[in-house]
Ligand binder design. Structure first.
Ligand code: GCO
Length: 255
């Protein structure tokens, strides 16, 4: 019998994986047997995270580039073609937050948030899926959504619009690529203890609100997203397509 959750022999590319959720997912996919490719905008932090994984005995390499830059993304994939690196699993994780009420939000900040959280997923998946389709062996795409794929929250309007877009982009990918045995799904993390959320974690009122609004009464950790990522990256999810799975401790269930 095949090992449903075994990723050996697969290569996974995780965007924005020098730290936070991306790093935890890359580590988890590597622990499930995948060879992983890390990415971030800074070469030094990417290299540091690659060496952590390599010293833990995992197969890892890195490449620093900006996932909102279409030419840079195309160059990276062209280089992997030359090096024989075939991406079987893509995790579109790169993301940023910027908090400001919509009435005060500059167009350039709106654009930056949309580009990083939504447009990058299109840019990177386009390159990955073209190659998955040409190879004819299928593939896995995992987009990272948010509670804001479902619920509006004040001061994060651009992020909310981008993450709502991620949910529907995931469905659009399934509509076009399922026939090529590509499963495109999303994970919607709840409130997770990460650097990006540091201002929220350190805000006593917000911290208390997270705990009181969530039936689990606590924040989640990046490691708690790994099981869902391995599932969506593995043969276990071969007929699951276009879904967003919320890993939120039950927050949306009681909204
Ligand atoms: C916010 C946070 C987000 C959330 C996350 C919830 O202000 O709401 O910045 O990062 O923690 O997306 O799913």
């Amino acid at each position: 019998m095949t090992h449903l959750f075994d990723l050996s022999g697969r290569t996974a590319f995780v965007t924005g994986s020098a730290r936070g959720i991306g790093y935890a997912l890359a580590e988890g996919l590597a622990a499930a047997g995948a060879s992983v490719v890390l990415n971030g905008t800074r070469a030094d932090t990417v290299a540091e995270s690659v060496s952590k994984l390599v010293s833990a005995g995992y197969q890892a390499q890195g490449r620093a580039f900006d996932v909102t830059d279409e030419a840079a993304v195309a160059d990276a994939f062209a280089q992997w073609d030359r090096d024989g690196v075939q991406i079987d699993i893509l995790v579109n994780n790169a993301g940023i937050q910027f908090r400001k009420p919509l009435v005060d939000l500059e167009l350039s900040d709106w654009q930056r948030v949309i580009d990083t959280n939504l447009t990058s997923a299109f840019i990177v998946a386009k390159q990955a899926a073209r190659r998955m389709i040409a190879r004819g062996k299928g593939g896995k795409i995992i987009n990272i959504g948010s509670l804001t794929s479902e619920a509006g929250r004040a001061t994060v309007g651009a992020y909310t619009a981008a993450k709502g877009g991620i949910k529907m982009l995931t469905r659009a990918m399934s509509a076009e690529w399922a026939v090529s045995n590509i499963q495109a799904n999303a994970i919607g993390p709840g409130y997770i203890l990460t650097d990006m959320n540091k201002p929220l974690i350190e805000n006593a009122a917000f911290d208390a609100w997270v705990k009181s609004s969530n039936p689990s009464q606590r924040w989640g950790t990046p490691d708690e997203l790994v099981g869902t990522a391995v599932y969506l990256a593995s043969p276990a999810s071969s007929y699951v397509n276009g879904q967003i799975i919320y890993v939120d401790g039950g927050w949306l269930a009681v909204l």
